[in-house]
Each structure stands twice: as C-alpha cells, then as structure tokens.
Design a protein around this ligand. Structure first.
Ligand SMILES: Nc1nc2c(ncn2[C@@H]2O[C@H](COP(=O)(O)OP(=O)(O)O)[C@@H](O)[C@H]2O)c(=O)[nH]1
Length: 534
C-alpha cells in the first residue's frame, strides 16, 4: 500500500516536498495534497496522464476498496473460537454400565458438527439388572461416574447437557422374569440421575431392534459413510446377554420378515436396514445355554471340551439356571452343585456349541438360525464389544488370516493347560481367562454357521473397539437420533471452500478495478491536454 502511495501520490504533489517523504507520513500528506490542488501548469508539461489527481484519487480509493474486500472475505468465514455442546449416554448393559460423554461444535448450523466421544467411564460393579434385590444400590453405583462427568463437561453447559440411560438385554431379561423388580431398578436409577446437574431425559429399555440399528448408525456415522452416501458397513455386536446383526442388503426390502426392517432417511439417502437381535445369544447367556445342554440329566460332574485341561471348579445349579434363558430347563432332582472340569478340545467344543443353535427350522427363503430370516450377507462388517475383547485377547483380529489357520490357532490355545494359561496371563481376570476358549469357539460358530460367513466373506469382518477415538456401540447412534443430530436431508454446503471464496473475491476486485481505470483513460487524456492548451 505504502509503495503504491509513494509511486502515485508523491509524483502528484511535487510542490510539497523535493524528496519522497518517509512512507509513514504518506497517508498524512494525501489530504494536504488534494486540498492544495495540482502543481502549477508549467510543471505539468508533458506529464503522464496517469499522474492526474483524478487518476490518483481513483487509484487510492480503489486500492482501499480492494484491501477492504479481501479483509472482509478472509474474516467472513474464518473458523470462530470453538465452543462445544455435550451429551451423555449411560449404557446399562448386562455385565456392567458404562458412561459416555460426547461433544460437538456448538456454532455449527442445524447440528451438523461432528460428534466425538470425549470421555468414557466404566461403572464399578455389575450391570443394573443384578441389583434386582437391592435397587437403591443400582442408583448409588452410578455416582462415581456421574461425578466424573461433572468434571468433564464445563459447568455452564451442565443444565443444557442431555443425559440418557439406555438398558439392554440384562434388563430385558429381568423385565421378562420380574417386571416389578425391573421397574424398581429404573425408579432408583432415575432418582439418582435426576439429582445430577444435567438435563436428565429418562431411562428405558432399548428393544433388540433399536440396539442393533443404533450400533449400525454409530459405525457408519463414525466412518463418515452416511454423510458421504457411501456403501455402508454392517454391524455385529456381541454383548453378554444378546447379540445383534445389522446390515443393508440389496436383496432385502422388508417384504420378507418385516419385523427385521428398520428404515432411515439420513443426509438425503434412504436406508432399508436388516437387523436382528438374538436374546440369550450374548456370550454369557450362550455359555449358560451350552452348560444347560451339558447338564440336561443333572450330573454331578461335567467334562467340558471348551475348558482348558486341568480346569476344575465346583458350580451351583441354582446359579447356572438363574436366568430366563435357561430357567425352564433346570433338571429335576439335580444335586446342588456339579464339578466343572476341562478337556480342551476345540472340535468337541464346536459340537457342544452347535447344540445351542437350531439350524434346521426355517419358514423363509433363507435363515440364520432359530428360524430367523436373514438375507444374504453384503458389504464389510464391523464386529465390536465382546467380538473385539475375545479376538484381541486370542490375537485373531487379523481376518486376512485363513479361517482354517484361525481354527488351528484356537485349537492350540484350548489344548493349553489351565495352569499354563493362568501363569502366562497374570494380569487378566480368571473369570475372563476361563471363557476365552469357549468364547472364541462360540464366535467362530456364530459367524460361520449362524450368520453364514464363508472363508471368503469372513475377511470382510473388521474386529474393532473404537473408530476415530469413539467406542463402537449403540450409544452414539442413540444420542444422535434423540438429539436429531443427523439431518434427514443433506445440509446445503457452500459451493466453494473458504480459500477458493477468498481467492475469487480478490481476483474479481482487482479485475474490476483495472477495468475501471482503463475505462477512465480517455477522460484523463483529455484533462491533461486541456491543461496544456491553456
Ligand atoms: N475379555 C473381556 N471381556 C469383557 C470385558 N469387558 C466386558 N467383557 C465381557 O464382554 C461381554 C460383553 O460386554 P459388554 O459389551 O459390556 O456387553 P453388555 O454388558 O451385555 O452390554 C460380557 O460378557 C462381558 O463380561 C473385557 O475387558 N475383557
């Protein structure tokens, strides 16, 4: 700018000074120069017409306008200092409760900012369904994580932060078994959560269909597949008490088995989702189903091929059968306990595990198991929750490894003695250690024989825990839905990115200015000539 002034203003006002003034004083000289007027005619002589006062004034104003335009363009879309909004979801699962805090930029229009998991807290103790006989304790168990949440969410955001509690298969089972007890647990939990400074939106049991569908939304939202209209990823969720499979298949339009259909319109695209939740086929309840099968005759001892050789524990029949998944199968006249020992044989374990599925009855064109319709598998799949816990422990998350090799690895693991397993994993809870052989076998059987993954389609499965820092699970999808964070229609986006917008405005301003100067050229020429004639 100062350079321009030195070149244009100073030659116009030679009567003010003999040498160019310092750049800082050029601006001050401009009004003086203009008020004094043009230099004496004698000095004009054959001067360049560009040095006329009109040209210089236009130049200076033009430059100022251009600079102003560019500044406005740069500042207009500049990202503002980030402010965030928050949402909290409590996942009251069968084995435990977890709290998730989500955050997203507050200033984005139509809630279109990206939602991310900011923090998670694992509630100490069992799932809320285990507090049926002491409901108050269910509420108390949440206190520590709620206090943590108060520290993670800025105080001024507390009253506007929605807080949801969703319960899954553990509470579904308690509700089937004893609905009064289930209501009392919700009452106690509601009381505890109402005392929090957040905006408590209620606690409820999610249907299996909701659990499956929101897990699918979470995975595809985090992968940016919904906003970009890309092919979606199926979702495989393995909990303690239920398991869900959800995916979009070209073959499925909801006409066959409509109860498995969930329709979404997200970002301007329609999705006809196939989803099914198998109650009692989560890994803990499946273990009970298997043991119930092995103890049909009420024996004193069970030799279990799904336990490591050398494993032996005394178990109570009353505890094993204390679940609606198996309670009606309790053998008559069984002793109080049985001795549970291991033989560590994967092939026999597979056979025992297969007994908990019904692969034969199917009134539809095709089924997964237990007479449940399932269209042909399509696309990639994300497998999370216990799918991940188990496969990551067993080092089986790499699905490019052929299924046969996976089975051999599992065979070696199951055949390892219990004492060696305990010795090699001192930091792992014995409860979990005792389950991995069964869980690995169950997962492979469920995927291949239950859902019909083949040696090829198995490699389409991704065992995942988190996607871009957020846990895979139903909670994020649930919150996105309840807070209307995913628009049905694609939001209007500016036609140009910010940098492109600034460049175009700047170029246009310069071009207009140059054209203006050229259009005024004849005027300056005449002006200069007139002065010379006089
Ligand atoms: N191995 C292992 N299993 C886990 C862990 N956390 C939870 N589980 C088990 O994984 C299963 C699913 O847990 P979760 O996803 O919390 O499901 P939910 O409790 O049924 O909602 C249950 O059988 C849990 O006992 C873990 O850190 N390691």
């Amino acid at each position: 700018m100062q350079d321009l002034l030195t070149r244009f203003l100073f030659p116009m006002c030679p009567h003010l000074s003999l040498s160019p003034p310092p750049p800082a004083t050029l601006w001050l000289l401009l009004p003086v120069c203009l008020s004094v007027g043009p230099p004496p005619l004698s000095e004009m002589k054959e001067k360049n017409p560009w040095h006329s006062p009109v040209a210089i004034i236009i130049t200076v104003i033009g430059v100022i306008v251009i600079v102003a335009l560019v500044i406005v363009a740069v500042l207009q879309n500049r990202p503002l200092a980030q402010k965030y909004k928050y949402g909290i979801v409590l996942d009251a699962g069968s084995s435990h409760t977890a709290l998730y805090i989500y955050e997203w930029p507050a200033e984005k229009d139509n809630n279109t900012g990206r939602v991310e998991q900011k923090h998670s807290c694992k509630v100490i103790g069992p799932g809320i369904s285990s507090y049926a006989s002491a409901p108050q304790k269910a509420g108390e168990s949440l206190k520590a994580c709620m206090k943590e949440a108060e520290q993670w969410v800025p105080v001024k955001r507390h009253p506007e932060t929605p807080l949801y509690l969703g319960a899954t298969a553990g509470m579904r089972l308690l509700n089937i078994e004893n609905s009064a007890a289930s209501d009392k647990v919700f009452e106690a939990v509601g009381e505890a959560l109402q005392k929090s400074p957040f905006s408590y939106q209620g606690a409820r049991i999610l249907s299996g269909q909701e659990e499956g569908a929101f897990g699918w939304v979470t995975v595809n939202y985090l992968d940016d597949r919904l906003s970009q209209g890309l092919e979606t990823t199926g979702a495989l969720d393995l909990g303690g008490a239920s398991t869900q499979i959800s995916f979009v298949s070209d073959q499925y339009d909801g006409s066959e088995s409509p109860s498995n259909a969930v329709n979404f319109r997200l970002y301007g695209n329609d999705y006809e989702l196939y989803t099914h939740s198998f109650l009692c086929y989560g890994k803990d309840q499946a273990q009970r189903l298997k043991l119930a099968h092995q103890t049909q005759s009420g024996p004193n001892a069970v030799e279990d091929p799904c336990q490591h050789p050398g494993y032996n524990t005394t178990k109570k029949y009353s505890v094993l059968y204390d679940s609606p998944c198996v309670s009606n199968r309790k053998p008559q006249g069984a002793p109080a306990t049985f001795l549970h020992t291991g033989t560590g044989n994967v092939k026999q374990c597979q056979d025992v595990v297969k007994n908990i599925f019904n692969f034969t009855d199917c009134k539809y064109s095709q089924c997964s198991f237990n007479g449940v319709y399932q269209p042909s598998l399509q696309g990639p799949f994300g497998a999370f929750s216990a799918y991940y816990f188990v496969t990551s422990f067993l080092n089986l998350t790499d699905t490019s490894v052929p299924l046969e090799d996976v089975r051999k690895k599992l065979e070696r693991y199951c055949a390892t003695s219990w004492s060696q397993i305990v010795q090699e994993h001192p930091g792992v809870k014995e409860k979990y250690l005792a389950e991995y052989c069964f869980s690995g076998t169950y997962i492979l059987t469920l995927l291949t024989e239950g859902y019909n993954f083949t040696s090829e389609s198995y490699s389409n499965i991704n065992f995942i825990k988190k996607i871009k820092g957020s846990d895979a699970g139903w909670t994020l999808g649930y919150m996105l839905n309840l807070t209307n964070m995913i628009p049905a229609e694609a939001p209007d986006s500016p036609p140009l990115p910010h940098a492109g917008y600034v460049s175009i405005v700047s170029i246009c301003a310069v071009v207009i200015f140059i054209l203006l100067l050229f259009s005024l050229r004849p005027l300056w020429a005449r002006h200069c000539k007139k002065q010379q004639i006089v």
